[in-house]
Write a protein that binds this ligand. Structure first.
Ligand code: GLC
Length: 398
């Protein structure tokens, strides 16, 4: 079976940004942005003692939200690793937490059959060589790269089977600078089934558009590569106390449907507090999203990229079913231009059949309820026979 197939079907994952930066609570870039000296930053590590950390709660929440995999920041740009490391001391087990937080996360995922992903930042702000680069500081650069490789090896060796390796922080250097070819060869030797993203400056398995869903679908220019949009729930990845700009559940659901429509995945972030709990607001949003998925998941999981556009929302496609996600409800509308041999049309949530008429290349729905049956996103299923053909809209019409 194709290594990617479970991931392609999964569609929806949880991203978790958590580390020492959660203590000040001003986002994960705080050290760099405020130019906090290393010694001062270390003091946050002394306060990073997540008493209420219970990753099983995270996994259960991800499940309730309909998410099929999780990706945790095992080490972010500040170089602090949540895992035990023989090569460095700036780690959770060797500071006040005194625990291998990654191990507990992996155990929790396994217990609940959740796919396990590791985020790992290549860069480390605590190294001058990172800023100076391999040309100005070849010796320092080698140290940085060697220690980075060693930590990736630890992650790939010490925690059993890992499903996703989600690199970050390769800029502004090249794959050659990071020795990414060797790095990923080592990773694949240790974890033959692992899926690797494109941020070690090599394309590998999937692309990672950040904070947006690419294109309007159908988008003929979209490359036939696997991709995953990652997105925050407010404006920060890491916990930010003062950020209340939460996305409404509807926006999350529409983004998920848009991703599915374009054949991509949606990796949605939470930023737990320093004590290890996920902010209440995030929980509420995710639970509402999960409520919608409970009823409409069929229109998301296992779908493939569709070529059929829909002006009032998006369509998703699986086997002989086209799912019409109506974002902007109306009691009448048409899907066009397409050729499709429809067998049956019905509301996904209730199974109630819907009347439609086919006129040439238009499928017309009318006499529908005035109010959207599901204000978040009403899904209409078209069961069809044979092929479905999206027609070129750039033609004269009657
Ligand atoms: C960016 C940021 C980082 C965040 C990541 C998530 O690269 O540097 O803070 O972890 O995007 O995609």
């Amino acid at each position: 079976m194709d290594r990617m197939s479970w991931w392609r079907e999964a569609k929806f994952g949880m991203f978790i940004h958590w580390g020492v930066y959660s203590v000040p609570g001003r986002g994960e870039w705080v050290m760099f942005q405020e130019r906090i000296p290393k010694g001062e930053y270390r003091k946050f590590a002394d306060k990073f003692n997540p008493e209420r950390y219970n990753p099983e709660e995270w996994v259960k929440l991800a499940k309730r939200a309909g998410m099929k995999y999780m990706v945790l920041t095992t080490r972010h740009h500040d170089g602090f690793s949540l895992f035990d490391s023989k090569v460095r001391d700036f780690t959770a087990p060797k500071s006040s937490a005194r625990r291998d937080l990654v191990k507990e996360y992996v155990d929790a995922c396994r217990k609940y059959d959740m796919r396990v992903g590791f985020y790992f930042s290549l860069l480390d702000w605590r190294y001058d060589a990172y800023f100076l680069g391999p040309k100005k500081d070849p010796e320092g650069w080698n140290k940085l790269v060697n220690y980075m490789h060693a930590q990736v090896e630890e992650l790939m060796t010490n925690y059993g089977k890992i499903d996703i390796l989600w690199y970050d922080g390769g800029w502004p250097y090249t794959a050659e600078d990071w020795k990414s070819q060797e790095l990923n060869a080592m990773v694949r030797r240790l974890q033959p089934d692992i899926i690797i993203n494109n941020r070690s400056q090599l394309p590998e398995d999937f692309d990672t558009p950040e904070q947006y869903v690419p294109g309007h679908f159908p988008n003929p220019n979209m490359p036939e590569r696997d991709w995953e949009s990652c997105m925050t729930l407010n404006d920060h990845w890491g916990y930010c106390k003062g950020d209340n700009n939460w996305k409404p559940p509807q926006e999350v659901i529409w983004n998920l449907a848009r991703c599915a429509s374009g054949g991509g995945n949606y990796l949605l972030n939470v930023g737990p507090k320093p004590d290890g709990t996920i902010p209440e607001e995030s929980i509420k949003i995710l639970e509402q999203v999960g409520g919608w998925i409970d009823k409409n998941g069929e229109s998301i999981y296992g779908t493939v990229r569709t070529k059929v556009g829909f002006p009032h929302g998006v369509t998703t496609l699986k086997d002989n079913k086209l799912y019409i996600h109506v974002f902007y409800w109306n009691s009448e509308f048409a899907l066009a231009p397409c050729k499709i041999n429809i067998k049956k049309a019905y509301f996904l949530e209730t199974g109630e059949e819907i009347n439609y008429t086919v006129k040439g290349e238009r499928i017309i729905f009318s006499g529908l309820p005035e109010k959207a049956p599901d204000p978040l996103d009403t899904v209409i299923v078209l069961e069809f026979e044979g092929d479905i053909t999206a027609l070129d809209p750039f033609r004269p019409f009657e």
